[in-house]
Design a protein around this ligand. Structure first.
Ligand code: CA
Length: 228
């Protein structure tokens, strides 16, 4: 199930969009303000954000810039009534992936969403290079500074979820569900232990992690900390 965040203050349009996707395996979280969107983004990881430009408490551009400044690479499709060229440029420069002008056909939006998800998921199967790391989730090869890391299958799955959602918090329950297939028979402590083992293999100092951050009471996030 792909989680999609829909930020649109026109309630009628927002309901229409959610309805247009009701046959698809997508779960929508809907909100009408920037504040609501920020709160939603704190609570879980999304596969895609549909973002209105003009919101009651500010511009969607602001939220998109914030996401990119947090290294969050979630695909963002802007919706706007403004078809001026400068507005499209601004949306793309803020880190948006696509831009749709109102009024639009829901079939077009559906196609654009599907395309954006496909593009964002393509690298999931392949290689990711971040800092000193090179992770190849297809070939199951993991390197740090050119040296191969030996990761267990569980550590690999956990790493893949964190890295593909980098910049976003992945809730503990999501990790338990996806890494341990359902997670119902797994002690929560198993997750903490697996994170500790992964940090010991990846981090210079596992007590002051630079990459795998704990978000207390919520989950974990791959978010690189700069030198203090
Ligand atoms: Ca609006």
């Amino acid at each position: 199930m792909e989680e999609i965040l829909l930020v649109e203050d026109d309630t009628g349009l927002s309901e229409g969009i959610a309805l247009a996707f009701s046959q698809q395996p997508y779960a929508f979280t809907r909100c009408g303000t920037l504040a609501g969107a920020k709160a939603a983004l704190q609570s879980k990881a999304f596969s895609l954000v549909i973002l209105d430009l003009g919101l009651p408490d500010g511009s969607g551009l602001e939220l998109c810039r914030l996401l990119r400044s947090q290294q969050n690479s979630v695909p963002v499709i802007f919706l706007t009534a403004n078809d001026a060229e400068y507005s499209e440029v601004a949306a793309l420069e803020a880190g948006g992936d696509d831009y749709i002008t109102k009024p639009f056909s829901l079939a077009v939006l559906r196609a654009r969403v599907t395309a954006a998800l496909r593009r964002s998921q393509a690298p999931r199967a392949g290689c990711v290079a971040i800092g000193p790391f090179r992770f190849d989730f297809a070939a199951l090869r993991f390197e740090k500074e050119g040296r191969e890391l030996a990761l267990s299958r569980t550590e690999q799955k956990l790493l893949q979820l964190l890295v593909t959602n980098r910049g976003q918090i992945v809730p503990r329950q999501t990790l338990l569900d996806k890494v341990w297939d359902g997670g119902e028979f797994v002690d929560e402590n198993t997750l903490s232990v697996t994170v500790r083992r992964l940090r010991a293999k990846l981090e210079e100092d596992a007590r002051k992690p630079r990459y795998i951050q704990t978000v207390y009471g919520v989950g974990y996030a791959w978010q690189e900390k700069s030198d203090e």
